[in-house]
Write a protein that binds this ligand. Structure first.
Ligand SMILES: Nc1ncnc2c1ncn2[C@@H]1O[C@H](COP(=O)(O)OP(=O)(O)OP(=O)(O)O)[C@@H](O)[C@H]1O
Ligand SMILES: [Mg+2]
Length: 419
C-alpha cells in the first residue's frame, strides 16, 4: 500500500457522518479513480441544517465514522477532505480581464486572468471556497473553453466563485481537528455529489442535481459542462419524518423506521388495500393504517420540497435548460417513488444517482444515493492527488511531471480551483 495514494472523504451530514478511505487508482494522472478500502458511519447529533451547532458532539461522530473506516480499511489516515453545505453558501460570477502578453495566449495569461477574477475583496465573515473557471472571451469572441494558443490581445475570464460563512467553516475545521484529523480542504457537498453521480453528457446537456439530505435539499445546476447555479431548500428527510410523527402519532424513531420499511414518495404507486401495523403503545394499543396514508404524508412533503427546488431553478432562469433532466441523490432519494414524483413535478426525465463510475474495491458498501457526497469527496481528493497538487503527505507526487500534456493541463486548470 502506497500511503501517498490514500485519501479520505468525510461527509458530516445532519443525520449521518460518513467517512470513506480509498486508494487512488486508475490511469494517472488523467483518469483517477478510487478503490474503496473502508467506509465508516456514525449518527450525527451536533449539526443543525448542515451547520455545526455543537463541536463536541460533531467531533465524536467524526471520530467514530473515521475510525470505523480505518478499521475496515486496515490503515490509518491523518487528513481528510471535508464536505460543507448550508444556507451560508453563496455564489457569484466574477470577471477578470488581462492584456495578452505575447502573440498567442499562454497558460500564464490564463492564470493571470483567473487570478484577477479570483481576487475579490472578501468581507471578514466570508471565505472563498471554490473559484471555478467557466469560460473565456478572446477579444470579441465569447464562450471559449480553452484559449491557450489562440491569437488575441485581450483575454477575459468568467469565474464562478463559491463563498461560505467563515464561522461555519471554522467550526467545521475545529471539529475535524479535535477528532484528530487534518482537514485538507473543504469542498461544497452538492459539487462533490455531482462528481460522484453525474455523467459528462448530463453536465453538457443540462441537468439539476438535487442532494436530498436530512436537514436540507441542495441544488446544483449544470449546463454546457459548467456549474450555473447553486441553491438550498431548508427542508429534507427530517421534515418528512416529523410530519409522520405528527400525522401518525408515533415517536421519531418509529417514524424513521416506518419510512424506511414501508415508505413511498408517490402515492399512486401504493395499493389502496394494503394495511400496515403501527408500533403499539400502552395508551393506543395496536393500530393499523392504510399504507396509502403513510405514502400520502411523505408524498405531500416531498412534493413541497420539489416545488421549492423548481421555483429556485426557475427564479435563477435555468428551467428551460435541463435537457438531461434531474438526478436525485442523498438519503431521502432512497424512497421508492421519489423519481416518479420528481418526474411529475419537473416534467422531465429523472433518475436516482448512485455512485458507480470510477470506483472499485468495496463498491457494494457505497452503492446507495446517500453515499454520493462521501464518494464524491474521495474522488475529488483522488483528482488532487493524481495531479500532484496535494498528496495526503503534503508532498508533490512523482507523476506531477513536466510532461503534462495539454489535456492534462486543461483538466488541471479546472481542477486547481474546483475539480
Ligand atoms: N431507506 C430510506 N428510506 C427513506 N428515507 C431514508 C432512507 N435512508 C435514509 N433516509 C432519509 O435520508 C435522510 C438522511 O440522508 P443523508 O444521510 O443524505 O443526510 P445527511 O447528509 O446526514 O443530511 P444533510 O445533507 O441534510 O446535512 C434522513 O432524513 C433519512 O430519514
Ligand atoms: Mg448530506
Amino acid at each position: 500500500m502506497n500511503v501517498e495514494r490514500l485519501v479520505a472523504g468525510l461527509d458530516i451530514g445532519s443525520a449521518k457522518t460518513t467517512a470513506i478511505i480509498a486508494e487512488v487508482v486508475g490511469d494517472l494522472p488523467r483518469h483517477p479513480g478510487i478503490k474503496v478500502l473502508g467506509v465508516g458511519q456514525a449518527r450525527t447529533t451536533g449539526l443543525r441544517r448542515g451547520v455545526v451547532a455543537d463541536i463536541e458532539e460533531t467531533t465524536q461522530s467524526i471520530r467514530k465514522a473515521v475510525s470505523d473506516a480505518e478499521q475496515m480499511a486496515g490503515v490509518k489516515v491523518d487528513a481528510c477532505y471535508v464536505g460543507i453545505a448550508g444556507e451560508h453558501v453563496q455564489a457569484m460570477i466574477s470577471k477578470g480581464i488581462v492584456a495578452v502578453s505575447g502573440d498567442e495566449i499562454s497558460r500564464g495569461d490564463v492564470e493571470r486572468a483567473n487570478a484577477v477574477a479570483r481576487a475579490q475583496a472578501m468581507p471578514p465573515e466570508r471565505e472563498l471556497l471554490h473559484a471555478i473557471p467557466q469560460e473565456y472571451s478572446v477579444d470579441k469572441n465569447e464562450g471559449i473553453r480553452d484559449p491557450v494558443g489562440m491569437v488575441g490581445t485581450r483575454l477575459e475570464t468568467e469565474m464562478y466563485l463559491v463563498t461560505i460563512g467563515s464561522s461555519p467553516a471554522l467550526n467545521l475545521r475545529k471539529a475535524v481537528e479535535k477528532a484528530g484529523y487534518r482537514p485538507l480542504q473543504l469542498v461544497l457537498e452538492p459539487l462533490a455529489s455531482a462528481l460522484a453521480v453525474l455523467t459528462e453528457d448530463e453536465k453538457e446537456l443540462g441537468v439539476v442535481l438535487i442532494e436530498m439530505g436530512a436537514g436540507t435539499s441542495d441544488i446544483a445546476v449544470f449546463h454546457e459542462a459548467k456549474i450555473l447555479h447553486l441553491g438550498t431548500v431548508p427542508f429534507g428527510g427530517n421534515n418528512v419524518t416529523n410530519d409522520l410523527v405528527h400525522g401518525l402519532g408515533v415517536t421519531q424513531g418509529d417514524a424513521e423506521r416506518l419510512k424506511e420499511r414501508y415508505g413511498c414518495a408517490y402515492e399512486p404507486m401504493v395499493d389502496p388495500s394494503e394495511v400496515i401495523t403501527l408500533p403499539s403503545t400502552v395508551a393506543q394499543g395496536d393500530r393499523q393504517i392504510p399504507r396509502e396514508l403513510l405514502a400520502h404524508i411523505i408524498h405531500q412533503r416531498t412534493d413541497e420540497i420539489f416545488d421549492l427546488v423548481m421555483r429556485d431553478v426557475d427564479a435563477a432562469g435555468y428551467a428551460g435548460k435541463l435537457s438531461a433532466g434531474v438526478v436525485l441523490t442523498g438519503g431521502a432519494a432512497t424512497l421508492p417513488g421519489v423519481a416518479e414524483l420528481a418526474a411529475e413535478v419537473f416534467g422531465t426525465g429523472v433518475r436516482v444517482g448512485i455512485p458507480s463510475e470510477n470506483i472499485s474495491g468495496l463498491v457494494d458498501a457505497v452503492e446507495a444515493p446517500r453515499f454520493a457526497t462521501a464518494v464524491g469527496l474521495a474522488l475529488y481528493a483522488a483528482s488532487r492527488v493524481a495531479l500532484g497538487l496535494e498528496s495526503p503527505g503534503g508532498k508533490k507526487l512523482a507523476f506531477n511531471a513536466p510532461n503534462v500534456d495539454k489535456l492534462t493541463q486543461k483538466v488541471k486548470a479546472w481542477l486547481q480551483d474546483f475539480f
